[in-house]
Design a protein around this ligand. Structure first.
Ligand code: NAD
Length: 493
């Protein structure tokens, strides 16, 4: 995809409720991460507008045929929706790229097709799980009937706005629910286009709604709304805990939480191709400038290969090209906001005060006419108690810890607080599987790092990294509730 003028990309400053755009009092500016320029404003839905969206979704759930229609018809609409998203790639990728940290080439080649494919994947579940017949005593028939919840409240983060929205929304809709989605206030616009295309594909108006606003006002009102039957959230562990408390206080609502991480990349000296491993380690922390929940932010490496690996990672970092997201050659995107860049700076500064050495990077990158860029950074000499090891940075900052024995490696790999993902690189399959068993994390990648396009593998965290799963059959089932039915066959005999 070519470079484009971001000023020519227009967005709607609105909510999307009941199948149409709805404006509201404008309350905040939205800036482009690439250059910090304010390019749009945003309404913040208060309790009244949240109520309107949720009631609309509830009415659509009850009166449209979405939940009751033949599941294969629901699947057909979702497939058509996926096709429309793919056909709309130029518009969607530009909206995504201007408003977020996603370089246009990645947005067009990955984010948009991935979003469409996720919707297609869940459409295939629509008629696959209806419940089961239970093995009860023979004069009775027992059934466990799968039903949608009703209205699901979905809250998404800013780091991959379209993809994260699809992970929440697609399984909920395929299971027959209605959804009210609140995107991040930092990246609010691509979700509107997604909802517009759903209606164009034949989804009944009101089944998929988008409300705009911040977390404290809009997000909290959504979670607490009495008609929200379930909440699905992706974001930080701190917000996840607040949402879990709000769910408990407002009707003991079930909640799925996809939260933060501090994922290790464990490299043994026998890994088959250490140069390739170094490039992978670099990609796993520098991709999207480290603003990835599963960023491989802790390198745990066998001592005798540490310098070779650090040199390889440094060369991969040096090859990255910082730039605007609308420039096709950009491979190192901006940090989402200057507030987040200051947070990264603060953690690195304190990490050094606590004994870390900066081997590479360690500061902002001057990029002409651009927003906040942070240099991919390697911190060595860190102990487990260093803040850069303990806390999620959400930036391109890699800490390095070394080991001499497998036991030492495994002791370092599990994190006191987080357990989202882990990578293990070794030629020894026994060792790889011992590591897989030992590491407390929801996902372990062996001799690779990161997801493939296999939506069938769920993702989700252990410990403070989350509760429940996105993706896979598990996420579809999590959007269903199960009713037990017992029939006495003797009646009328
Ligand atoms: P965040 O927690 O600040 O915000 C996420 C969303 O929650 C936003 O839409 C925000 O408006 C909303 N929100 C904030 N406070 C709220 C409240 N009290 N009630 C209801 N909603 C509220 O997170 P972020 O900065 O947008 O995203 C980055 C974080 O997301 C990182 O910690 C990252 O690891 C995590 N993340 C996790 C996954 C995963 O799959 N585990 C995926 C992507 C991002």
């Amino acid at each position: 995809m070519e470079s484009f003028d971001p000023a020519l990309v227009s967005v709607r400053s609105a909510h999307f409720i009941g199948g149409r755009y709805v404006s509201g009092p404008v309350a905040m500016d939205v800036a482009r991460p690439s250059d910090g320029a304010v390019y749009a404003d945003l309404p913040i839905a208060g309790a009244d507008e949240v109520d309107r969206a949720v009631e609309n979704a509830w009415q659509a759930f009850r009166t449209s045929d979405w939940a009751r229609r033949a599941p294969r018809e629901r699947a057909r609409v979702m497939r058509r929706w996926a096709e429309l998203i793919e056909a709309d790639v130029d518009t969607l990728a530009r909206i995504e790229s201007v408003g977020s940290t996603r370089p246009i080439r990645d947005a067009a080649a990955w984010d948009v097709p991935f979003t469409a494919e996720c919707i297609r994947f869940y459409s295939e579940f629509a008629d696959k799980i209806g419940g089961e017949v239970a093995a009860t005593r023979p004069d009775h028939l027992g059934m466990i009937v799968a039903e949608p919840y009703g209205v699901i409240g979905a809250i998404a983060p800013w780091n991959f706005p379209l993809v994260m929205a699809s992970w929440k929304v697609a399984p909920a809709l395929a299971a027959g629910n209605a959804v009210v989605l609140k995107p991040s206030e930092l990246t609010p616009f691509s979700a509107l286009r997604l909802a517009e295309l759903a209606v164009e594909a034949g989804m009944p108006p009101g089944i998929f709604n988008v409300i705009q606003g911040d977390g404290r006002t809009t997000g909290d009102a959504l979670v607490r709304h009495p008609r929200i039957a379930k909440v699905t959230f992706t974001g930080s562990s701190q917000t996840g805990a607040a949402i879990m408390a709000a769910c408990a206080q407002s009707g003991t609502k079930p909640v799925t939480l996809e939260l933060g991480g501090k994922s290790p990349q464990v490299v043994f000296a026998d890994a088959p191709d250490l140069d390739l491993v170094a490039r992978r380690v670099a990609g796993a922390i520098a991709g999207n400038a480290g603003q990835v929940c599963v960023a491989g932010s802790r390198l745990i490496v066998e001592k005798r290969v540490v310098s070779r690996l650090v040199d390889g990672i440094a060369s991969a970092f040096a090859a990255l090209k910082p730039g605007h997201t609308w420039a096709p050659g950009t491979t190192l995107p901006p940090i989402i906001s200057s507030v987040q860049a200051q947070r990264i700076e603060g953690i690195v500064k304190r990490a050094v005060e606590q004994g870390a050495q900066i081997a590479v990077g360690g500061g902002r990158l001057p990029v002409a006419g651009a927003g906040a860029f942070y240099a991919p950074t390697i911190l060595t000499g860190v102990s487990a108690s260093n803040e850069a090891v303990r806390e999620e940075v959400f930036g391109p900052v890699l800490t390095v810890q070394t080991f001499e024995s497998e036991a030492e490696a495994l002791a370092l790999a599990s994190h006191e607080k987080y357990g989202l993902a882990a990578g293990v690189h070794t030629a020894d399959i026994g060792r790889a599987l011992r590591a897989m068993r030992a590491i407390e994390a929801g996902t372990v990648w062996i001799n690779r790092y990161g997801r493939t396009a296999d939506f069938v593998i769920p993702t989700g965290g252990y410990k403070q990294s989350g509760l429940g799963k996105d993706l896979g059959r598990q996420a579809f089932e999590a959007n269903l509730r199960f009713k037990s039915v017992l029939i006495d066959l003797n009646q009328g005999a």
